[in-house]
Structures are given as C-alpha cells and as structure tokens.
Design a protein around this ligand. Structure first.
Ligand code: AKG
Ligand code: FE2
Length: 245
C-alpha cells in the first residue's frame, strides 16, 4: 500500500485515471484544485457568519453546520437527526447555495456513476473545529467512518468512501492522518506505531478521498484560524452512490 496520491482535478476524468485503481493502491487520494479559492473563502465566511446555526457537538468542542449522523448517534440524538434532516439541508442550501449538489457532482465525476442524496438523511455538511479547541490541541478521534453504514452494508463490505473538501485551513497542522488499517469490527481502534501512516496535506479547495473503512484522524493544529471542511459520505447501492453527512 502506497501513501497518498495527489492528482489534479482535470486528471480525474481522463482515460488514464481510474479512481478505483488509485484508492486500491493508496491510503488516500487528494484531488487538487476542485473548488476555486474564492468560493472556499466565500463559503467559510458564510459558515463563520452563521454561527448561531451551528450544531454544537460533544459539549461544544466541535461544531457542524448541517447535521452529522455520527455526532447524533454518539450523543443519543438519532431521532433528532432524521426529524431535522430537511431543515438541516434547507439551512445549508440557503447559506451555501449549490454546495451540496457540487459535492455530489464531484463524487459522480470521480466515481463515474450517479451520486444521489441518501433518502431522509442529511446531505453534505460542514465541520468546524475551533482554533484552540480540543481537536486543535489533541487531534480528532481515531476512527473509521462506518457509523452510517447499515448491517447489510457492513456484511457485504459495500464500497463506501469519505470525501472531504477543505474550505479553511488552520495556520499549521490539521492534516488528515490515514493508516494502513481497515475496519474489522473494532469501534475504538488504536494506532500502532508499526502501521504505515500517511498525512494528507490539504490545500484550500482540494478534496481528499479515503475508503470509509480506513482508520483515520485529524491531526492537531495550531494558530487562531478555525479548521472548516465539508464532509460527504457515500455508499454504493444498486442505482448509484447514496450520499450523506
Ligand atoms: O475533516 C477531515 O479531514 C476529516 C473529517 C472526518 O474524519 C469525517 O468527517 O469523518
Ligand atoms: Fe471520519
């Protein structure tokens, strides 16, 4: 298994690029220059200005804009996630017009198959990790993105990817660490130093893609700037990829 593969946005539709070959051979794929920097700046300002509409998670150590399934699951608020899915998407669309569709469009270009909203789930949303906060100091939890997968998906090991767009980078740090380790049923994995690890060094407007079954973590970061990124999860169904946050 190789480390991270970096490609330019223009390459992913070319005949010589196969995302599935790339992700099968690398811990992560970073697609550079997907979102124009001006759009990232506009969207991060819009998110920052919508602070009263952020959803606080885990006692306010981190926030989302638009609701995230894993936070609701872990905080025992699963019903609220589904009850508010439509209003969450309406809020995201009003503040970041076209963002959710542009993430699905990117996914469809990369995966070469339809990407559609996962019915009754929240669409792509935003993570805000505050400067000086717990994730900045200690890094994020080491985890797999299997929480949104049903038993049927897990049983069949259905292909699933996590697609992250960087809107605002912290002053330093905040890379995405990915390990040469796939989900085997363990919910709270520990990174062993013997495992190969790669760090995804995002640029603003680049999009990282990892296997959702791959162990990963946000690295600690420093400085006064909040880390703001978009996350979309996708899983393969018969009619295409279904997307959620
Ligand atoms: O923001 C990132 O780099 C990754 C976030 C993450 O692990 C997730 O959304 O599941
Ligand atoms: Fe994750």
């Amino acid at each position: 298994m190789n480390g991270m593969l970096e490609v330019n946005a223009s390459q992913i539709e070319g005949p010589r690029f196969s995302f599935f070959d790339a992700i099968g051979q690398h811990l992560a794929v970073l697609v550079k220059g997907v979102l124009p920097p001006e759009k990232c700046q506009l969207w991060s300002h819009s998110v920052t200005n919508a602070r009263e509409d952020w959803t606080p998670n885990f006692g306010g150590v981190q926030f989302t804009f638009g609701r995230a399934w894993y936070t609701h699951l872990e905080e025992d608020r699963s019903d609220l996630y589904f009850a508010r899915a439509a209003s969450s998407d309406a809020l995201v669309e009003a503040t970041l017009p076209g963002m959710q569709q542009s993430m699905r469009d990117f996914g469809a270009r990369l995966l070469r198959f339809a990407v559609m909203p996962r019915a009754s789930w929240c669409g792509p949303g935003v993570h805000i990790f505050p400067s000086g906060g717990l994730v900045a100091k200690s890094g994020g939890e080491v985890h797999f993105d299997t929480e949104g997968l049903e038993n049927e998906h897990l049983g069949e090991r259905r292909p699933a990817f996590t697609i992250v767009a960087m809107l605002q980078k912290p002053a330093s740090g905040g890379e995405l660490r990915v390990w040469d380790r796939l989900f085997d049923g363990e919910l709270f994995p520990k990174p062993a130093s013997s495992l190969a690890m790669a760090e995804v060094h995002y640029q603003v407007g680049s999009i990282a893609v990892i296997d959702s079954y791959r162990m990963h973590q946000i690295a600690p970061f420093a400085g006064e700037i909040d880390r703001i990124s978009i996350t979309m999860h996708v899983v393969l169904e018969a009619d295409g990829w279904h997307a959620w946050f």
